[in-house]
Design a protein around this ligand. Structure first.
Ligand code: CP
Length: 318
């Protein structure tokens, strides 16, 4: 595997899951694989889980790790070609990327959607520049449109807790005070479709996701109807994707906040969320603290998904 940006890169899902459970039993089984290899993690945006879990995964594999926070101590980067650089940006990303590549063996990149231009975001301009110009295997630590390390961890978690081969999994939009990217819901949809679960997406009108990610999922605009008989409920906010509303908040309806009322019609569903989560906007205290909440084991599985991905990238290095 030379890059990891989505479910298409991981290969056979059953094989990837088997490797994940093998890793979970013995996290240091491949500790020699990364000896004298260096991971560079480049953050254009904040992180708690991705930063810690990916660093831990690299340590499981015996790698050295360098972390670069672009907005804290690095030169301010210009990302557009053709710009006359007479402003506050001192370095162009097209020099910075190959320089970064010269100091490491694998690069992880976190770069969120900017919500200024949907095509710019959905072309994954920054992540693809790293893939094109670094000369090194690159993986997404959440890019503009996808968060595959999260979705892989979500899948591992559902496989651990499911009690039937094809559980009903419902991803529900919920309100949030800030406009959030579609990366997590896009990837969750992509991976749930690949896993062939009974997958339902529920959101208010106007919050339709890119059809490329929705695939064959059932879209249900009535949240209560969507939750009926669910085995897993995945709460998440995202800003509008469609047309002129791209990147905007078009609904703040707190009746979508996931609480006991919605969970009561499920099949005693597990609650999931990628975190960080705004309590009593996305989900009530009672639900997130309840016995069916999986948010902590789900976050813990980020170490496992990252270990699998880094192992597969290390395997590809000569
Ligand atoms: N879920 C997730 O990616 O968390 P962080 O933003 O803290 O890395």
């Amino acid at each position: 595997m030379k890059k990891f940006t989505g479910v298409q890169d991981i290969g056979d899902l059953k094989v990837a899951l088997a490797l994940a459970f093998e890793m979970k039993k013995d996290r240091f089984k491949y500790v020699e694989l990364g000896r004298n290899k260096t991971l560079l993690m480049v953050f254009f945006n904040s992180s708690l889980r991705t930063r810690l879990s990916t660093q831990k995964a690299a340590m499981n594999l015996g790698m050295n790790v360098i972390v670069l926070d672009i907005n804290q101590g690095a030169w301010k980067l210009e990302t557009e070609r053709g710009v006359i650089m007479d402003g506050d940006k001192s370095e162009h990303i097209l020099e910075a990327i190959p320089v970064m590549g010269s100091y490491c063996d694998i690069i992880g990149v976190r770069s969120f959607a900017q919500f200024e231009d949907r095509d710019y975001d959905y072309n994954e301009t920054i992540l693809n520049q790293f893939i094109q110009y670094s000369g090194k295997p690159v993986f997404s630590m959440e890019a503009a449109t996808c968060h595959p390390l999260q979705a892989f961890a979500d899948l591992i978690t559902i496989e651990e807790y499911k009690t039937k081969p094809r559980p009903k999994v419902v991803m529900s939009w919920a309100p949030h005070p800030r406009a959030l990217p579609q990366a997590v819901p896009n990837s969750f949809a992509e991976w749930m479709n690949a896993a062939d679960y009974d997958f339902v997406i529920t959101h208010p009108h106007g919050y339709e996701l890119d059809p490329k990610f929705v695939g064959d999922a059932h879209v249900e605009y009535d949240q209560m109807k969507a939750f009926e008989g669910a085995d897993f409920v995945y709460g998440k906010n995202w800003a509008a994707y469609a047309g002129d509303n791209y990147g905007r908040i078009i609904c703040s309806d707190r009746s979508w906040t996931i609480g006991d009322r919605q969970m009561a019609v499920t099949n005693n569903a597990h609650f999931m969320h990628c975190l960080p989560v705004r309590r009593n906007m996305i989900v009530t205290d009672d639900v997130i603290e309840g016995p069916q909440s999986l948010v902590i084991p789900e976050a813990a599985n980020r170490e496992i998904s990252a270990t699998v991905v880094l192992k597969k990238l290390l395997d590809s290095i000569e």
